[in-house]
Unconditional design. Structure first.
Lengths: 258, 318
């Protein structure tokens, strides 16, 4: 068990080191902070709405750039391992494919956590610069964003084991977009009555509802988010991540590396 | 129960790849491979491109799943991962993480083997010196030439001080210095009692290093055995190099004759050698060298690939 954990940690640490050495990642975090800072300017143009606008823009930047980072590292790092064959020497070592896959996932999740922490710090500093108090309520929006991004990484890894990096990126973004508009999927039959109800039902149930991780508006308006809602989002996210990870693991384990 | 002292036993290993997109079919790449690798030997796995060498090594290291057959490493089935602590593997055309330095990479590999930090540092220093990369230890591998990457990849295969080393085309991409380094390394490993299984299409390497060779053709094992068993070791003919012979020199009619620059190369039967040397001197020439020529692995290989090598049909486990 100790050996298993130490191998998993080794892969996770190396994955984190890889992302830290990626310049593109720094660019994305830089743009996210820049976008947050632009809230300062927009805030000055509005009357008594500056705090809300800064929070709005800051959280939206976190969500958007977090998504880009999740897709970029989730697809990039796993596909690259397969396409460049860098995992060949490693999979001949005592590490199992499952340990490698989960280690990779843990490393990517830690990278997301660090990136979100940096972006959150950027948002708080922006608020401080305008003389606002440090509102811990913001974390009630940041935490679900993190949960959603962890799910995005799980999907990106799953698709990376099944197809090329280009297609994996398209599929991942497709799932996120569809997952943000699950209501449209549910009401699809009203627009297109020919679509079989079982297909609509299956799609609606299979697609994760990414709106369950979206509390940006509520937090920006200062509405409280109860712990029970956050707990529900955690359970929902964890269940989905577990299923998607299990599918990815099964695919990665059965794959031939020709 | 398999013999735990035998590094590798393979029985009936088979693999086919799916080809085509719409109408898929199965193309067999390895068929019913039976092979034993004995303790302390260097076994060369030779065959042309596409013969199934890399597929075999990938099946053994778990990168591919076999359709049929089984293999045991030190008596343990492939699915049992304990044997991996005793084996090193160098893939063909290795790609290592280019954002890491070789020292960092070896440290990472050492962690996968559960080595303590002090042992990892020590091993990394030893191995980088062994493969001649000690001066590049802290340089990112993205700046490495192909040969340097191959050396670093060889080092990673040795991190756990393996008893069995599986090398897929280890000389690939190396300059003459690198090739000599790998050759010496394999010979040193043999001296210390390690077992080496390496695939190659460079027959001179196999001839120089191997105790036995296994010849693979179109996914089937053609022959396994010591070089002496496989090759005809009797002298095929004598090769004589002479200087100062005119084009119409007499007494050389029984020899195959070829002009190489200002020298003449003569191919004669062993029993005619004395008469031939006398004839060269009588014609005013000077003998520069005399050399017996035996069948080389290369000669054998080309004959085997054409299905002409002696004994075909009865070839099997040597």
């Amino acid at each position: 068990m100790g050996g298993r954990l130490s191998r998993l940690r080794a892969v996770a640490a190396n994955t984190f080191r890889e992302t830290v050495r990626e310049r593109v990642l720094y660019n994305l975090v830089f743009f996210a902070i820049l976008m947050t800072l632009s809230g300062l300017l927009l805030g000055q143009l509005s009357i008594r709405q500056d705090e809300k606008i800064i929070k709005d823009i800051g959280l939206a930047a976190m969500d958007l750039f977090g998504l880009l980072i999740a897709v970029f590292i989730g697809v990039g790092l796993v596909s690259k391992e397969i396409e460049r064959r860098s995992l060949y020497p490693l999979l001949a070592k005592p590490i199992t494919r499952g340990e490698f896959y989960l280690g990779k996932f843990a490393g990517l999740v830690f990278t997301l956590l660090v990136n979100l922490a940096v972006m959150t710090a950027g948002l708080y500093l922006t608020l401080l610069a305008t003389g606002r108090r440090l509102d811990p309520g913001l974390l009630a929006a940041v935490y679900p964003i993190f949960l959603g991004l962890v799910l995005v990484v799980a999907f990106a890894m799953l698709f990376s084991t099944l197809t090329s990096s280009a297609l994996a990126s398209i599929f991942t973004v497709g799932v996120v977009v569809a997952g943000r508009f699950t209501d449209v999927v549910r009401n699809m039959r009203e627009v297109a009555p020919g679509v079989p109800s079982w297909l609509v039902e299956t799609l609606y149930l299979a697609l994760p509802n990414f709106r369950n991780f979206d509390f940006k508006d509520r937090v920006a308006y200062g509405d409280p988010v109860s712990p029970s809602i956050l707990a529900w989002a955690t359970v929902y996210g964890a269940a989905y991540v577990a299923v998607v990870l299990a599918l990815g693991l099964a695919s990665f384990r059965s794959r031939d590396f020709q | 129960m398999q013999d735990t002292a035998t590094p590798l036993v393979v029985r009936g290993l088979s693999k086919a790849y799916r080809v085509g997109h719409v109408l898929q079919s199965l193309r067999p790449v390895l068929q019913d491979l039976d092979l034993d690798v004995r303790p302390g030997e260097v076994l060369g796995y030779v065959g042309p491109n596409g013969a199934g060498k890399t597929t075999t090594l990938k099946l053994l290291t778990g990168l591919l799943r076999a359709d049929r057959g089984q293999a045991w490493v030190f008596g343990l089935p492939l699915a049992d991962r304990r044997w991996r602590h005793r084996v090193g593997y160098l893939p063909e055309h290795p790609y290592l993480y280019d954002y890491l330095t070789p020292a960092e990479y070896l440290d990472y590999v050492g962690r996968l083997f559960g080595l303590a930090a002090s042992r990892r540092r020590e091993r990394s220093r030893e191995l980088l010196a062994l493969v001649g990369l000690e001066r590049s230890a802290e340089q990112p591998m993205r700046r490495f030439s192909k040969g340097m990457v191959q050396r670093a990849a060889l080092a990673q295969a040795l991190v756990n001080d393996p008893e069995l080393l599986i090398l897929d085309e280890p000389m690939s991409g190396l300059d003459p210095l690198g090739r000599r380094l790998v050759r010496n390394l394999i010979l040193d490993l043999r001296k210390t009692g390690k077992t080496v299984l390496f695939s190659t299409h460079i027959l001179s390497d196999a001839e120089a290093l191997c105790d036995r060779v296994a010849v693979l053709r179109a996914g089937r094992l053609v022959k396994v055995g010591a070089l002496g068993e496989i090759l005809r070791l009797e002298v095929a003919h004598m090769e004589v190099f002479a200087a100062g012979l005119g084009p119409d020199a007499s007494g050389l009619e029984n020899a195959r004759r070829e002009q190489v620059g200002d020298r003449t190369r003569l191919e004669v039967e062993e029993r005619s050698l004395g008469r031939m040397i006398a004839a060269v001197e009588a014609a005013g020439g000077r003998v520069l060298s005399v050399q017996p020529v035996r069948q080389s692995l290369e000669d054998y290989f080309f004959q085997a690939m054409e299905g002409r090598a002696s004994g075909e049909g009865t070839w099997g486990e040597g």
